[in-house]
Write a protein that binds this ligand. Sequence first.
Ligand code: NAD
Ligand code: IPM
Ligand code: MN
Length: 355
Amino acid sequence: MHILLLPGDGVGPEVTRAARTVLEAVVGGAQADAAAGGTDARGTAGIDITFSEADFGGAAVDRTGSPLPHETLTACREADAILLGAVGGPAWDDVAREQRPESGLLALRSALGLFANLRPIRVPARGVDFMIVRELTGGIYFGQPRSYESGRAYNTMVYERDEIVRIARVAFREAAERRGYVTSVDKANVLEVSRLWREVVVAEHAGRADVALAHMYVDNAAMQIVLRPQQFDVILTGNLFGDILSDVGAALAGSLGVLPSASVGAPGATPLFEPVHGSAPDVAGTGTANPIGAILSGAMLLRHAGHAAAADRVDAAVHAVLERGPKTPDLGGTAHTGDVTHAILNHMKTAETVS
Ligand code: NAD
Ligand code: IPM
Ligand code: MN
């Protein structure tokens, strides 16, 4: 399995490094350290991983003038999976829209056809365990026409039937493997695009007796996630609503720094794994970025590649460390990125010795 790393900007490289270290340890044990050059990890778990890295985001803008250089996109298509850090930051806030680091991320999702973004939110101590299934390549992020003129600007929130069908199928499939309950979130009381969304989701649900479906307006959903998050199993929603609601969900976990995500498309599309958080300019360079979102994204990568046992080991170690510490400052602690990463590695080693 060849993994392409896109570290990006701000805390991106810091958390990507941590995730790579954990992946190398879980697939290779001690042998990963011994591998020549440290780029090839093969070992006890029977998983063979190689890594390479490419320019992306603001770092790529500075070097090449584009946030998503051609060579990077080619490398993405050729990889088996992508592990991304984060992009953006104040240094690139005033550049033209096509050259913004964020535009590179949107272009990458679109070019690879990664229409489904899976964002799990788990807080075991509070009985919170739900998955946001966010449509990722349509809606108001990509809708035409769009324009910025002086004194007038607009975007278009548009969905085609087929775009709704395919994301609804992902949500129903996810729910069938979980607790079997989908909440579709929209704004059908105001928006035509949401009326179509709801109609198509209802039609798609007709053949799925194994999954229950409910609908909720997005404003209420924001409140319900804060007030009674235990009611949710799978939240199915569009691009913009999913972006916002996942950060609301992060508050339940205590920090944006701990949320992972997976972006997937049609068979053959290279899947992309990335923490939900951004480049955290206020934390970048302090050595205290929380690496857990990136590390859990690595676990999602392993699970997606069929390595469930390895993914379970990472998940278990992360949840033990979330309970006992050490914690980075975003979670109220004083630990550094490396302290948390080492605690996770140690927990994996100990669990291995016990089993
Ligand atoms: P952000 O996610 O970078 O930060 C929001 C808050 O969460 C900040 O207080 C930050 O310190 C904290 N935080 C986030 N990740 C953390 C981590 N790993 N450890 C500790 N604390 C963490 O969002 P923002 O401040 O709105 O945006 C900053 C930049 O990141 C912008 O340029 C934005 O466009 C970009 N961004 C990129 C992505 C991405 O690459 N996927 C996602 C969101 C934002
Ligand atoms: C996210 C981010 C991105 C989004 C930005 C950086 C384009 O906020 O992945 O949640 O809005 O999708
Ligand atoms: Mn976001």
